[in-house]
Design a protein around this ligand. Sequence first.
Ligand code: PLP
Length: 392
Amino acid sequence: MLAGRHRAVAEVDLEAIRHNVRRLMRDLPDGAVHCAVVKADGYGHGAVPAARAALEAGSTWLGVATAPEAEELRAAGFTAPILIFGPLTGAGLERAGKAGAEVVAWSAPFIDEAIRLGVRVHVKFDTGMGRLGVPAHEVRDLCEQAHTGGVLSGLMSHFATADEAEMSFFEKQLGRFAKLAGELKEQYPGLLCHTANSAATLRGPAAHFDMVRTGIAMYGLAPANDDPFKDDLRPAMKFVSHVAGVREAVPGESVGYGRTWYAIELTRIAIVPVGYADGVRRALSNRGEVLVAGRRCPIVGRISMDQMTVKLPDDWGKAGDEVVLFGAAGDGVAGGSTVAWTSPDGPRLDAPETPRILCEETARMLGTINYEVACDVAPRVARRYRGESPAA
Ligand SMILES: *Cc1c(COP(=O)(O)O)cnc(C)c1O
C-alpha cells in the first residue's frame, strides 16, 4: 500500500498501456502501423515509460509536439522513428534534425530548410481542421518539392470532429484525404499516409491508411470523454494521496480559505496533502469527490495549493487511508467493466466490485475533457510505475 508513503502519486499501469495499444492495433489493415503519441510527457503519464510500453506492445513510431520532447526520447535510447507534430521555429527544426526526428511541413520555405538540413517531412493537408496545413493543390506542389529534395516521408491530416456522434464532417474530411492520398501514393510509392487520431482509429479501418496516431486512447481514456470501458480501454493512471490527519469540526466551525464550508453538526474532516499545485483543480472545491479507502466522500472547503479537506462519514476514514483523486480504489487497477451510469450529465461510474472515479467524470464536472485532467497532474507529483516488463 502506498498510502502514507508518498504525499501524492500518479501511479501508472504500464500493462494497461500495452493492452490499450494492442487493442488499438487490433483492427489495423495489414501493413499499417501504430504511432504512440507521447507528447506533453505522455499526457502526464511519463513520456519515456509510456513510449517503452507502447513499443513493447507493437507501436513502431513515436509522436511528440516539440523538438525537446523528441530529444528526451532519443536521450532515453529510443531508436524508433519520431514524428514531431507541432509548428517548429528554425531552431526547433535544427534540433529536430539533430535528434533524427521527422517533422510536419506545410510551407515551401520550411521545406527548403528541411532539405538543407536533411530532415524528412510529412506534408500536412488541411482537410477541414482549419489549423495547420494547406489545401490539396498546394500539398501537391509541396510533395513534389520535398520529393525532389529527397526528404518526402509522409502525407498527413487531422480530424476536427472524429469524437463527435454526428459523422458528416468527419466523412467529408476522410473523403478529401482518401482521394489525395490515393493520387499521391501512385506518384510517390512508399508515401506514408496518416490522419487518424484515437477517435478516428476506434471508428474502424476506413480512416487507418498506413498509420494511426493515438494518444488519449493509449492511456485508457475515452476520446469522446464518455466511457473508456465500452471500447475495451483500460485507464492507466491512478492519482492518489492519503489521509494525513482527521479532525472534528464542531457546528459553526468553518474549514479552509474563505470559510466557504462550515459544519452544521459535528463533522469529521480528513486533511489530504494534495492541492491545486499538484493538479487537483481548485474548481472542484465544494464540488468534487474522492475515494477514501474506497468510499466516495465530498471535497469540502476550498482546495488550497498543497492540501485539501474532505468530509468523512462518522464511521469511515482514518489517518493513512488511501485517497483516490481519480482511478480505482485499492489494487483494482484495471477491469471494472461492469459500469453503472448514474449521472444524467456524464459518466459517473461505480463498478460494484471496484469503486472508481474516472478522469472523464472529473472533466465533465470541470467543463473540460479528460485530456486536460490527465495533463494537469503536476510534475511535482511522483510517478510510480507498475507492470514494468521483466526486460526493462
Ligand atoms: C495529439 C495528436 C494526436 C493524438 O490525438 P488523440 O486524440 O490523443 O489520439 C494525433 N495527431 C496529432 C497531429 C496530434 O497533435
